[in-house]
Write a protein that binds this ligand. Structure first.
Ligand code: ARG
Length: 459
């Protein structure tokens, strides 16, 4: 039976399956680098303040460095009975350098230690997310540039609404991701704080210097209340929330790709590398990656809900419930970073079926608003023109033709203000390019939008 670090007041034997239930080492071992970094800063500070001797500090830091090297060489055996990463590392240190290793935990608790590790970890992954979002935005900008001028149907209610530029549609995701990025950046203000030195709950009697460890660990700020420092998990909720919303954005884009690649629509073809086949139907090419991102967005939102529920009734300060903050977060991190990467690859390798798009936009009623606007320009009130065009559309539907095919006499019958130039304004190119308002789908406006998007990427 291993002696527990906290074993002094205990008499009964531990039960291995209870230890198993209690342990977090299976998943919190990913925090080893952060844990060792935090411990080194703590040891340095203890020595500066004369709480441990300089030689003791040297031994401790050397030992910690060796543990990290052993970990990287896959030479460490973590033990369940040592419960978590913090106590595994401490025990390994004592194994290595002897009882002096036990001085490291002076003026520290696992409560401020785990909070420190988590703050360092979340800060690291949020910065990685920001870079990956940027990479995906760059792909969107490249695609929008490459296909500038290609027209596609724009939808509301998933019914053809008005023709738009493909680039205009795609750039919507640039702006969604821009907001995601800015949310992650903003959250760093609340993540980048040092809890170290808060102790278990109330601080410590030792004359420590929390600002020294804050500086060494590169934190921007510090918790001003020791109880807040050990009980705050808002930054984890916030990160899960930011991940969840961004996953919803990726899911919406996935849904569009799935729709665009159906046989019925066929606007886009995904590369073979981002699709799979069927075990039975030889003709199938399924958009599995897009479907998985759509599916995984449910998982990340689930982790956010779990975290909120976890905190809901918790009294101050640390409660073991908080150990449950990790698996969901770690899974959300893996899911989100994987989804960003897969989406990026999928967009980089897709083919736009321009001929299909051209046929699609030439054979629908998405130019009806244009006709109504034309009548308004001729002096007819919009409500009346809406009615006239509605009737013309109905007449076309009955004949199985489109507005461009309707004989001039019928236009004249509907209203004498219509001139022969009506056929010119009905073409999708004209419809799109007559849109001149800021932020609209006209080619000039979209080119301007693209330049603005590029300037955001330079920031
Ligand atoms: N494994 C624990 C966690 O993840 C570390 C903190 C334990 N603290 C304690 N007082 N039991 O939350």
């Amino acid at each position: 039976m291993t002696k527990k670090a906290w074993g002094g007041r205990f008499q009964d034997e531990s039960i291995s399956w209870v230890e198993e239930f209690n342990a977090s080492i299976h998943f919190d071992k990913v925090l080893i680098e952060e844990d060792i970094k935090g411990s080194i800063a703590h040891a340095n500070m203890l020595a500066t303040k004369g709480i441990i001797k300089s030689e003791e500090k040297e031994l401790i830091i050397k030992g910690l460095g060796e543990i990290l090297a052993d970990y990287k060489d896959d030479k460490i055996e973590f033990r369940v009975e040592r419960e978590d990463i913090h106590m595994n590392v401490e025990a390994l240190l004592i194994d290595k350098i002897g009882p002096v290793g036990g001085k490291l935990h002076t003026a520290r608790s696992r409560n401020d230690q785990v909070a420190t590790d988590m703050h360092l970890y979340v800060k690291k992954i949020v910065n990685e997310f920001i870079d990956s979002i940027k990479a995906l935005q760059e792909t969107i900008v490249e695609l929008s540039d490459k296909h500038m001028g290609v027209i596609m149907p724009g939808y509301t209610h998933l019914q053809r609404a008005q023709p738009i530029l493909f680039s205009h549609h795609l750039l919507v995701y640039f702006w969604m991701l821009e907001r995601d990025k800015s949310r992650f950046k903003d959250s760093l203000k609340r993540i980048d704080l040092s809890p170290l030195g808060a102790g278990a709950i109330s601080g410590t009697t030792f004359d420590i210097d929390r600002f020294q460890t804050k500086e060494e660990l590169g934190f921007e700020g510090i918790y001003h209340n020791s109880m807040d420092a050990v009980s705050d998990r808002d930054y984890i909720v916030e990160t899960l929330s930011n991940i969840s919303l961004s996953m919803v954005h990726l899911s919406r884009l996935s849904e569009e790709l799935i729709f665009w690649t159906t046989d019925e629509v066929n606007f886009v073809t995904l590369s073979d590398s981002f699709t799979t086949g069927s075990s039975m139907m030889p003709q199938k090419k399924n958009p599995d990656m897009a479907e998985l991102i759509r599916g995984k967005s449910g998982r990340t939102s689930g982790h956010l809900m779990s975290m909120l529920m976890l905190l809901k009734g918790l009294p101050l300060t640390y409660n073991k419930d908080m150990q449950e903050d990790k698996e969901g977060l770690f899974d959300a991190v893996k899911t989100y970073s994987g989804s960003l990467k897969v989406m990026n690859g999928m967009l980089q390798t897709l083919t736009l079926n321009e001929a299909v798009l051209k046929t699609a936009v030439s054979n629908d009623f998405s130019n009806a608003t244009e006709l109504a606007d034309y009548l308004v320009e001729k002096g007819i009130p919009f409500r009346e023109s809406h009615e006239i065009v509605g009737k013309l559309v109905l007449s076309c539907i009955n004949k199985g033709i489109y507005l461009k095919d309707l004989p001039f006499e019928e236009y004249q019958e509907a209203t004498s203000v219509i001139d022969k130039d009506i056929y010119d304004i009905l073409s999708p190119e004209v419809v799109v390019n007559r849109r001149i308002s800021y932020g609209s789908t006209g080619t000039e406006a979209v080119k301007q939008q693209l330049e603005t998007a590029k300037s955001y990427l330079k920031e």
